[in-house]
Design a protein around this ligand. Structure first.
Ligand code: ARG
Length: 460
């Protein structure tokens, strides 16, 4: 025949270029484990349905097992003529076990086969990505606990705003990742439905048992509509969306780490093993890992747009367009795994330069809000207090003095209700300790948030 898989109808062989152009085996072979798992479940089901004999089923299972071993040993010969992972494995099976191999595809199509494979693949990847997230979150909790009392400037508009604790800042990153984790679990739950048995698009005339295959493959249930099941790639888009947010978060951490390692901030030190030097400037130590993670955000966001665009005009049901879902999806999961691994390895090794952070918090009138709050507690309206403190800051800028460096006389020029107790309020320690409520920056609150989060992590 002109083509081994569908030669019957054709009078000439596929053009050599078209063969290469339409083949996906170079990249979809990485789904071989999922493809074999799907075939094993399908074969077992065909046996219980009386479509395959017990001997035939055994031969198929043994054949598939041997093929898996060959692939893992690197001795399997992938062929572009056989187009994709599905036909490569099926044809190898027939070569091995003879005629019986040709019966495996009964009641099945590559359309439900590939839909099953990708779901299984995405599910496996979600689990790996989720466990990397947990590892990074665990590292952040340990660091936050260690740095619960470390004072640094907090910023808005990247201008010094109020003193905060480094532990509090680290817990903000933790929260972003916590939402990412829960989004991944949502995505996993929605995607864990079995398309197997949908066949090409309409179902099959064989007496198949879709509950059986769904259960064998660890799916929660068989899908309700065969047309939707073979054409749906929402789960890939959802994972790309979750991944895009994860990368947005890692990119924001990265930006801060890059700033913080600069000589101008000098807040932290990253160990040499996570940095690289310059081939020309001998003094350089560059934060390459955070920079690269920030850079890789672009490709992940790009994959989300690729997948959305790939799907946007497809009529029901399966179309070959769908073959284009794999490369973005694979690169997306590889990138997420790598970036999360880099962060989970690097974060525990981050060293805070506490003295520099403290000095930086002392500059920039970080306790001006505390002075205003102090005046309000003494009976002024907040807007009047704001005005008075604004004037004291203007005076400080002129005299090159922080609020805490002014004498009581100097402060009293702006309001005579200021008394000696103001200095406790103007200190950085006093400022962070005062914000002692749930979600606040006080060291106490950081420690108790760490404890709460740790309990939640343990329940995962
Ligand atoms: N390689 C194809 C894909 O990735 C498998 C399904 C092909 N089905 C078909 N009827 N052409 O989507």
């Amino acid at each position: 025949p002109a083509n081994i898989q569908w030669g019957g109808r054709f009078s000439e062989a596929t053009d050599a270029f078209v063969q290469r152009f339409t083949a996906s085996v170079s990249f979809d072979q990485r789904m071989y484990r999922q493809d074999i798992a799907g075939s094993v479940a399908h074969a077992r089901m065909l046996k219980t349905a009386g479509i395959l004999s017990a001997d035939e089923c055994d031969a198929i299972l043994q054949g598939l097992e041997d093929i898996r071993a060959d692939i893992e040993a690197g001795t399997f010969e992938w062929s572009v003529e056989l187009e994709d992972v599905h036909m490569n494995i099926e044809s190898a099976l027939t070569k091995r076990i003879g005629l019986t191999g040709k019966k495996l595809h009964t009641g099945r199509s590559r359309n439900d086969q590939v839909a099953t494979d990708i779901r299984l693949y995405v599910r496996d990847e979600i689990d790996v990505i989720a466990s990397e997230l947990t590892r990074l979150q665990t590292a952040l909790l340990a660091l936050a606990e260690r740095e619960a009392d470390t004072i640094m400037p907090g910023f808005t508009h990247l201008q010094t705003a109020q003193p905060i604790t480094l532990g509090h800042h680290l817990l903000a990153w933790y929260e972003m990742l916590d939402r990412d984790y829960s989004r991944l679990q949502d995505c996993r739950k929605r995607m864990n439905i079995s398309p197997l048995g949908s066949a090409a698009l309409a179902g099959t005339s064989f007496p198949i048992d879709r509950h059986f295959t769904a259960e064998q493959l660890g799916f929660d249930a068989p899908s309700r509509n065969s047309l939707d099941s073979v054409s749906d790639r929402d789960f890939a888009i959802e994972l790309a969306a979750c991944g895009s947010l994860i990368m947005t978060h890692l990119s924001r951490f990265s930006e801060e780490l890059v700033l913080w390692t600069s000589a101008q901030f000098d807040f932290i030190d990253l160990p040499d093993r996570f940095c690289t030097g310059s081939s020309i400037m001998p003094q350089k130590k560059n934060p390459d890992v955070p920079e690269l993670v920030r850079g890789k955000t672009g490709r992940v966001h790009g994959h989300l747009v690729s997948l959305l665009t790939l799907m946007k005009s497809q009529p029901l049901a399966y179309n070959k367009d769908n073959q284009e879902d794999k490369e973005p999806l694979f690169d997306l999961t590889d990138t997420l795994r790598d970036c999360l691994k880099a962060y989970a390895d690097m974060i525990p090794a981050l060293q805070a330069k506490k003295d520099n952070m403290y000095l930086a918090a002392k500059k920039g009138y970080a306790t001006a809000t505390d002075l205003a709050d102090y005046l309000v507690k003494k009976g002024l309206a907040f807007r009047d207090a704001h005005e008075i403190v604004g004037k004291s800051v203007a005076y400080g800028l002129q005299q090159k003095k922080d609020l805490s460096e002014m004498s009581l006389d100097e402060l009293q020029q702006f309001s005579d209700i200021i008394t000696d107790d103001v200095f406790a309020v103007l200190s950085l320690e006093g400022s962070v300790q005062a914000r002692d409520h749930i979600g606040g920056t006080a060291p106490n609150q950081v420690r108790s948030a760490v404890a709460t989060c740790r309990e939640l992590l343990e329940q995962r």
